[in-house]
Design a protein around this ligand. Structure first.
Ligand code: ADP
Length: 474
């Protein structure tokens, strides 16, 4: 086949040249709903070409399939000889970085060819809506306690006590009374960027909210109230320079069944602009670390920003508390990632076309214990400065390297650029060379997890591609 010949990806998959069913010699066609770093990455990627026209391209799938002499595959299971609905198809792209709204509107009527890849799983909200995330975690915790004992259940103690409102209001009130004086945080379940969040100490502080938002079921004029979560506020956050921060961790799931998870080495810590204190619980600049909130603070300095790289954070913590303490703290983040994904593993509609890049928000308390705050399915890809841009550009480029639509890798890699394979139907251990001493003097393989470690992604990729090429040749 000569270079430049246009051959549909699905046909490439049938030939012996490309057993993984991904595009061969022709360009890779992509669509993208966002106008930020991801679009730059896609536009800069050699051999990739943008499909004109953005969301909601209406196509006739039957015509499409006929022209290409093949049968489109249902996105859920099996083959459909004649697709029942003839729209939103999609022989015209290979890769789609779509937004969640587009997916929600189109997924159920969409038919995809074998090789096509699309961002988001259909019901990603099971993990990304604050109330559902906690519900799923509580369920898996209970199941684990039942099947493996209370001690195992302790490994789920990484999310603060949380109730959904209004449905669990009465249980919350009981809990509230048992713990007089502690601080609670109220968060709308489906909003983001710190919107609608407030802290309170007394039940009567939420009376206004109750008046506006919560009316008893018996009230015939009741409007459906917005769902909130009320959560125990972490009153002892780890402070650096007197300021609170949380850590953004990037996680890539390429399959839920089997669960296959990659963890990106780099990320950042987002600091609040104002020194931490419990005296002024109404001051969002003290208590909410979202960049969207902090950049409106009166003394916010856009040049200085309020971010540290995860590498910087890890080094700082290691210097202060020692390498072992930091390893333990970061291992806690691995546990959060895996347990949270397992909590929805049976619920997420697993689809081989879908992948998800999550942004986890994790907060350390003063004992360096990590707490899960929330999980985003659309973490911000807009850069707040040069360093942030470089991070996101590398992150997204490496994500495309992991998906490997170009079919340049072997599929057995444990590290691709800055992504380390954390889990594939079980924990992944680092390569043999990476051993550590255990307290009793023996050595043990370490987990393949390097959050906050050196990210020499470009050198690693060069070596990886050379190695993969020679393996494939032989
Ligand atoms: P949003 O989706 O609006 O960003 P989050 O749940 O991420 O909502 O909360 C916003 C910020 O509030 C977090 O980044 C964190 O700084 C702070 N926060 C949220 N929950 C807690 C909590 N339980 N304890 C301490 N701080 C919290």
């Amino acid at each position: 086949m000569s270079k430049g010949t246009k051959v549909p990806g699905y046909m490439q998959g049938k030939g012996s040249r490309n057993p993984r069913g991904i595009i061969g010699d022709r360009e890779i066609r992509y669509k993208c709903s966002l106008q930020n770093t991801i679009l730059d990455v896609l536009r800069g990627r050699p051999g990739w070409q943008e499909v004109p026209g953005q969301n909601n391209v209406q196509q006739n799938v039957q015509t499409n399939a006929k022209q290409q002499g093949t049968t489109p595959q249902s996105s859920k299971s099996g083959f459909q000889s004649i697709p029942p609905i003839t729209r939103n198809s999609d022989g015209d792209w290979d890769f789609y970085w779509c937004d969640r709204e587009w997916l929600a509107q189109n997924y159920d009527t969409m038919f995809l060819y074998e090789h096509q890849k699309i961002l988001h799983f259909r019901n990603h909200y099971e993990l990304t809506r604050k109330n559902l995330m906690v519900k799923n975690l509580k369920r898996l915790k209970k199941q684990t306690e039942r099947e493996q004992g209370k001690a195992e259940g302790l490994s789920f103690e990484f999310f603060p006590t949380t109730y959904e409102l209004p449905s669990e209001y009465h249980i919350f009130v009981e809990e509230f009374k048992k713990n007089p004086g502690i601080i609670w945080i109220m968060k709308p379940a489906a909003r983001a960027q710190g919107r609608g969040i407030f802290l309170f100490r007394r039940l009567k502080d939420i009376t206004d909210w109750k008046k506006g938002e919560y009316q008893p079921l018996s009230d015939p004029n009741r409007e459906v109230p917005e769902t909130y979560v009320v959560q125990r506020y972490i009153e002892n956050p780890y402070l650096i320079g007197g300021r609170k921060f949380d850590v953004r961790v990037y996680v890539l799931v390429v399959s839920y069944n089997p669960l296959k998870v990659w963890l990106y080495r780099s990320g950042f810590a987002r600091f609040s602009n104002t020194r931490f204190s419990l005296d002024s619980i109404e001051d969002t600049y003290v208590h909410l670390t979202n960049v969207a909130v902090q950049k409106n603070a009166p003394d916010y300095d856009p040049d200085k920003g309020c971010k540290w790289s995860t590498q910087q954070l890890r080094k700082y913590l290691a210097a202060k508390h020692g390498v072992e303490a930091v390893k333990k703290a970061f291992k806690g983040i691995d546990n959060i990632i895996i347990k949270s994904l397992q909590s929805v593993q049976k619920i997420i509609i697993n689809d081989k076309h879908c992948f998800e890049m999550y942004g986890y928000d994790v907060l350390f308390d003063s004992d360096l214990k990590p707490w899960l705050i929330e999980i985003n399915a659309s973490p911000s890809l807009t850069a707040s400065g040069k360093e942030d841009y470089d991070l996101k550009f590398g992150l997204l480029n490496d994500l495309l390297n992991v998906l490997d639509l170009e079919n340049r890798l072997t599929g057995k890699e444990k590290r691709i650029g800055g992504w380390d394979l954390l889990w594939e139907d079980g924990p992944i251990l680092a390569d043999d060379g990476n051993m550590e001493c255990t307290p009793n003097g023996t050595t043990a393989s370490i987990p393949n997890s390097f959050l906050g470690c050196h990210n020499d992604r470009k050198r690693q990729l060069r070596e990886l591609y050379t190695a993969a090429q020679s393996i494939k040749k032989s």
